[in-house]
Design a protein around this ligand. Sequence first.
Ligand SMILES: [Zn+2]
Length: 210
Amino acid sequence: MAEFLRRDSDIARRWWLSMDTETVKVGDRYQAWQISLVDQDTGEEVMNEFLTHDCKGDCSCARAGRRMTGRIGPQELIEKLEAKGITGESTRFIAWATGDHDCAVMRDFFGGANFPSCFEKDRLLLPYHEFRRNLPKSFPLRLGEVFEMLFPDDPLYYQWHDALADAQMQRKIIQAFEPAQKAGQAGREGRARLRVLIQGRESTIGRHLV
Ligand SMILES: [Zn+2]
């Protein structure tokens, strides 16, 4: 998190991308079928690709209209990442998750050791934990729940579970809290900020604030 907050003065000028994947469980493993990347600072859509996977009848890719069309394989994705200049050196990913799941399913997608280094284990920034630390245990922290609370009129909410919308939503949540985190007062200011944001709004989430 410290590296992210200091990124303006980072000599390496790393590119911070809000990242999300959509997955389907096949056997006892998850397979990625969509990956989306959004520039954390500008909101620019950097990538939104649908991936080859073992598609079963209940796969959500059908809902996204992508059961048969527009899928790309590992080699094509590597080429697209390279064309965008996304490398382990240049880029850091941010995800709304408790662990390494998004990068793990992508490493599997590339089939072993030859995955691009931006997907290396434990390199993902996970702001979820900052929020968890600063809020009561009962506070709901699923992506759509937090987003709807902070941005109740934003139509992105209705696309929750589309990887591109999710990457945009987590970007906005992180952006809203960055000033408090920069000031080193995420706990006090972050909670106060949440209070202000929900003030006067019909929200069941409000009662979770203490
Ligand atoms: Zn599918």
